[in-house]
Design a protein around this ligand. Structure first.
Ligand SMILES: Cc1cc2nc3c(=O)[nH]c(=O)nc-3n(C[C@H](O)[C@H](O)[C@H](O)COP(=O)(O)O)c2cc1C
Length: 244
């Protein structure tokens, strides 16, 4: 095992969902910023980065958000809360961002045909998948039928509906959340991911964009005594890890 693997194992083994945070110890809010900057480097579908991260640092706002996390201690005692949010409507901007980067990186002698093929990913395929802005449900039906038809003849990507795209966005932001939590552990802090909250009230409270979906809220701090509620339990590896 490499030294990096040993350090990483230490982080993975010691990370726990902490439900009560110490109120007295110093908390370095910069560690949250650094960890979020690392989180933005997480893998994400088609590099579309349709995520946003909201740091709740003011005490008053933190109290109100925690109230809407059903007063869970992991939220009420957190020294900072971070919202991991997806934004389905950002697809145009993000496709344009990727197109721009792609065009800028083409070698001068690249054949025009190859350029066109590469660009069509963000010019054609991504809009087809991500444009669910209006008539999303109807578009989904057509896309599903198309995928089913083509899929009956050759291998075809099947996750084409508006709901499938939402799942993709939540997958990507979850990977960012994981990077964030491991980074916070490496910085010497604990975290707790939460989905037990009133998304509607929190969106209103924070004046989030209409299309925003809060994937997780993560409480951060240093574990207080008794902050870890129970021993970690997992089903046996052989029940979940298969070799075919
Ligand atoms: C998507 C997601 C949502 C979760 N929501 C909550 C929550 O609302 N409240 C909470 O106390 N823990 C929550 N957890 C933490 C899990 O209960 C915890 O990860 C699990 O019990 C395993 O424990 P460990 O993280 O200490 O290994 C959530 C975890 C995930 C991944």
């Amino acid at each position: 095992m490499t030294n990096s693997a040993k350090y990483f194992d230490e982080i993975v083994q010691s990370r726990r969902s902490v439900r009560i945070y110490d109120q007295e110890s110093t908390f370095d809010h910069e560690a949250v910023q650094r960890s979020l900057e690392r989180a933005t480097l997480s893998p994400n579908s088609s590099n579309m980065q349709m995520w946003e991260f909201y740091r709740i640092t003011s005490e008053d706002l933190r109290k109100e958000v925690a109230e809407n996390c059903m007063r869970q201690k992991a939220a009420t005692t957190a020294r900072e809360l971070v919202l991991f949010v997806v934004r389905p409507k950002l697809w145009r901007e993000r496709a344009a961002f990727n197109l721009g980067k792609m065009k800028a990186s083409f070698p001068e002698d690249m054949p025009q045909k190859d350029k066109e093929r590469a660009l069509s990913y963000y010019e054609k395929l991504i809009p087809t998948l991500y444009n669910n802005d209006s008539f999303g449900a109807l578009r989904s039906v057509f896309k599903k039928i198309y995928a089913w038809y083509v899929g009956s003849k050759r291998p075809m990507y099947r996750e084409v509906t508006k709901t499938d795209v939402r799942i993709t966005l939540h997958k990507s932001v979850s990977l960012a959340a994981m990077t964030f939590m491991y980074s916070m552990k490496a910085e010497g802090y604990d975290t707790c991911p939460m989905e037990g909250f009133d998304s509607k009230r929190i969106k209103k409270l924070l004046d989030l964009p209409k299309d925003a979906e809060i994937s997780m809220i993560i409480g951060c701090g240093e574990a207080a005594e008794g902050g870890i509620y129970n021993k970690r339990t997992r089903v046996a590896n052989k029940e979940v890890i298969f070799e075919k």
